[in-house]
Design a protein around this ligand. Structure first.
Ligand SMILES: [Cu+2]
Ligand SMILES: [Zn+2]
Length: 201
């Protein structure tokens, strides 16, 4: 008896769909099987989030931790805390290689998959790795939360396996007019760096 009723309901849905374009749009969600794809199970949500961490160290007393989190195809959020800095701004970049065999020098240039000039994080023309400056307070501590679209943790331009670098000087964001402004922001030496590696979400 129940089966007959359900069959009747289904037939009604089909008839409604045939008679009205509006119902046609709603038609797929009338089937229980479709509700599985519409509401994702919790495990799928966890799998859509990527998290990574970089432990920043160098040949100076400067050190820190940066965590990077990305959900789905959204931007990446970097939470960074660095200590031991001279007060003031310090260039902070994602460099191309996760190679620290010769210290921070071997992490190469700024990550630049689009072959553009150095710039500010908000510029159209910038290296993907250009994250601007972090600013240390009077105690030499810099804390920042950076949200950026060009340093994904998944896909062809993933920054996992590359390195974050903290510099000696302020990044002039390509506008300093110095010889190195358009390649490094003239940000000086590399005080600390760390390879971006995946960590549990
Ligand atoms: Cu750099
Ligand atoms: Zn750059």
């Amino acid at each position: 008896m129940q089966e007959v009723a359900m069959a009747a309901m289904a037939a009604h849905t089909v008839l409604s769909a045939a008679s009205s374009p509006f119902h046609l749009l709603l038609f797929p969600s009338a089937f229980p099987t479709n509700s599985i794809t519409l509401s994702k199970p919790l495990t799928a949500i966890a799998a859509d989030t990527k998290k990574a961490v970089a432990v920043l160290k160098g040949s100076s007393p400067v050190e820190g931790i940066a965590t990077l989190t990305q959900q789905l195809n959204g931007p990446t959020t970097v939470n960074v805390r660095v200590t031991g800095l001279a007060p003031g701004p310090h260039g902070f970049h994602l460099h191309e290689y996760g190679d620290t065999t010769k210290g921070c020098v071997s992490t190469g240039p700024h990550f630049n998959p689009n072959k553009l000039k150095h710039g500010a994080p908000g510029d159209k023309i910038r290296h993907a790795g250009d994250l601007g400056n972090i600013v240390a307070n009077a105690d030499g501590v810099a804390e920042a939360t950076i949200v950026d679209n060009q340093i994904p943790l998944i896909g062809p331009n993933s920054v996992v396996g590359r390195a974050l670098v903290v510099h000696e000087l302020e990044d002039d964001l390509g506008k300093g007019g110095k010889e190195l402004s358009l390649s490094t922001g003239n940000a000086g030496g590399r005080l600390a760096c760390g390879v971006v590696g995946l960590t549990p979400v």
